[in-house]
Design a protein. Sequence first.
Length: 329
Amino acid sequence: MRALITGGAGFIGSHLAEHLLARGDRVAVLDDLSTGAMANIEPFKPNPKFTYAIDTIFNVPLLAEMVDNADVVYHLAAAVGVRLIVENPTRTIETNIGGTELVLKAASKKLKPILVASTSEVYGKSTKVPFREDDDLVFGATNKSRWSYAASKAVDEFLALAYAKEKKLPVVITRLFNTVGPRQTGRYGMVIPRFVEQGLSGGPITVYGDGEQTRCFGWVGDVVKGMADLLACEKAEGEVFNLGSTEEITINQLAAKVAAKTGGTAIVEHIPYEKAYEEGFEDMKRRVPSIDKVGRVTGWKPTVGVDEILDRVIASYRSQTTRPPRPRR
Ligand code: UDP
């Protein structure tokens, strides 16, 4: 099997590449390194089954060639991270809508099976927990940039489903809930790497809002396996699936755990949302997936709980900082 991963040098994309290479697939990555990093794919370079191109999905001839050379496509290239989205709404909308359109168009030429990575953000501020795939989506006003991400990803879903219906393109859509693990950076706002970096450097650990908002953190290794299983499953075609953990935790509880696991000295500080993001920023109070559908279709379920996830992420940070510097060439 030859897989193309757009966004394959990103956090989730590189874990997906690792999973596919480990099971013997050939993997080609297309990534413009906007939020990805060479370091994420460096370990795969010696593998003869691995190739990559550093370029954007807007390079249509290259995209077409890479899609042609693949049996299946995983489309992960996107603007991600709440901080990035609030700071760069134009880039978010253009990359997420225009980019996905190009990838779907390329895949549809030869009817290459494609997985489109969407996000739990599309549920918006819905309060109907747990979120099911056929629930209504509830967005805020257009002057709150956060919702541009949700809306752009919802358009991606509409587009992918339209290609499935009209052009018979084999499409699977996965809504990824908070996915975490080593190689995730805190630069674009993600809470676990930020808390762990803060905890390891002595604090303070900065909780936004009152900290009573909840999330479910899924282990990236589980999530990428779920994606690969779904793309291989005929029954999943033309369908949308939640992928994530159902272990709900408040951000205050998360901060306390990180503080304890990183030495117990870091204090926890609360910062109002408008200071952390922008005036009028809206957060969702609870975000919990129903994972019944993916369980029914592929038998997938998460295997790593939040305590173990934190231990692994902290260990990976510690090993990075204790590793001796690489010799200069
Ligand atoms: N958060 C926080 N401190 C941080 C970063 C995030 O308290 O330094 C909160 C954020 O407001 C949200 C939750 O942690 O309620 C998860 O944030 P993240 O950006 O990781 O993912 P989201 O669920 O917002 O997409």
